[in-house]
Design a protein around this ligand. Structure first.
Ligand SMILES: C[S@@+](CC[C@H](N)C(=O)[O-])C[C@H]1O[C@@H](n2cnc3c(N)ncnc32)[C@H](O)[C@@H]1O
Length: 205
C-alpha cells in the first residue's frame, strides 16, 4: 500500500505485491556476479569520483543503493512502496544509508542537498516529467548531477521514455547532458536485449 492508501502507483503496478520477487530479475537483484560487476562499473563512472550524498529515488529493494554505498557514498533511498523500503533497509543494514517511504516526484528530504540524484526505471512513470526533473535539479548541490537510467521496453505495446525525449526535457535545465546507450551491454541485463536502454548523466547549469 502506498502513502496515499492506494495499492498501485501512477504506473498502475502494485509494487508492494511485486517486492518479494522483484530481485529475481538479473538486473534487479544483481545476484549474478557478472551482472553485478557490470552495474558497479557503470555506477562508478556515473557517480561523483569522491564519496558524496546520493539520493536514490524509486529505490526499490535498494540494489543500486547498495552498490553506491559499497563505493563509499552516503545513500538516501525513497520509494512509495513500504514493502520495497523494508527490503532495502534489510539489504543495506549496517551501511551509511537511510530509506524513506515517499513520492519520488517530491521526496521527503526537506532542504537537504545531494551530490547525485540516481533514478533507474522510474521517471517514465511519473506525471509531468519535465516538472519533476526541474525539482530534482533543485535537490542537487552546485556541481551535482542527475543519473537517470531509462528505456523503452517491449516492441508490441512499448512503454517507457525514449532517450531523445528525455534529452529534450533536460535541455533547458542542464548544460551538460551525456547519453550512454546500454542496449548492447548484455552483461547489464543478463541476456540479449533489442529494445532501447540508456543512461543519462546531466549536470544542471
Ligand atoms: C522498476 S522498479 C525500479 C527499482 C529500482 N530503481 C531499481 O532500478 O532496482 C520501480 C520502483 O519505483 C517505485 N515507484 C513507482 N512510482 C513511484 C513514486 N511516484 N514515488 C516513489 N517510488 C515510486 C516502485 O515502488 C518501485 O520500487
Amino acid at each position: 500500500m502506498n502513502d496515499d492508501g492506494e495499492r498501485t502507483g501512477t504506473d498502475g503496478v502494485d509494487w508492494d505485491a511485486r517486492a518479494a520477487t522483484f530481485d529475481d530479475e538479473p538486473d534487479h537483484g544483481l545476484r549474478d556476479p557478472r551482472v553485478r560487476a557490470a552495474w558497479a562499473d557503470r555506477l562508478r563512472a556515473w557517480l561523483p569520483g569522491r564519496a558524496g550524498d546520493v539520493l536514490d529515488l524509486g529505490c526499490g529493494t535498494g540494489s543500486l543503493s547498495l552498490l553506491a554505498a559499497e563505493q563509499g557514498h552516503r545513500v538516501t533511498g525513497v520509494d512509495r512502496s513500504p514493502a520495497m523500503v523494508a527490503l532495502a533497509r534489510e539489504k543495506l543494514a549496517g551501511r551509511d544509508a537511510v530509506f524513506l517511504v515517499g513520492d519520488a516526484a517530491a521526496p521527503p528530504v526537506g532542504e537537504r542537498r545531494h551530490d547525485a540524484v540516481l533514478v533507474r526505471h522510474v521517471l517514465w512513470t511519473l506525471p509531468e516529467p519535465g516538472r519533476v526533473l526541474r525539482h530534482w535539479c533543485g535537490l542537487l548541490r552546485p556541481g551535482g548531477r542527475l543519473v537517470l537510467v531509462e528505456g523503452v521496453w517491449g516492441t508490441v505495446s512499448p512503454v517507457g521514455m525514449p532517450a531523445d525525449l528525455l534529452a529534450g526535457l533536460l535541455a533547458p535545465l542542464a548544460g551538460q547532458v551525456r547519453v550512454e546507450r546500454l542496449s548492447p551491454e548484455t552483461a547489464l541485463w543478463g541476456r540479449e536485449v533489442d529494445d532501447e536502454r540508456y543512461a543519462v548523466v546531466a549536470v544542471p547549469d
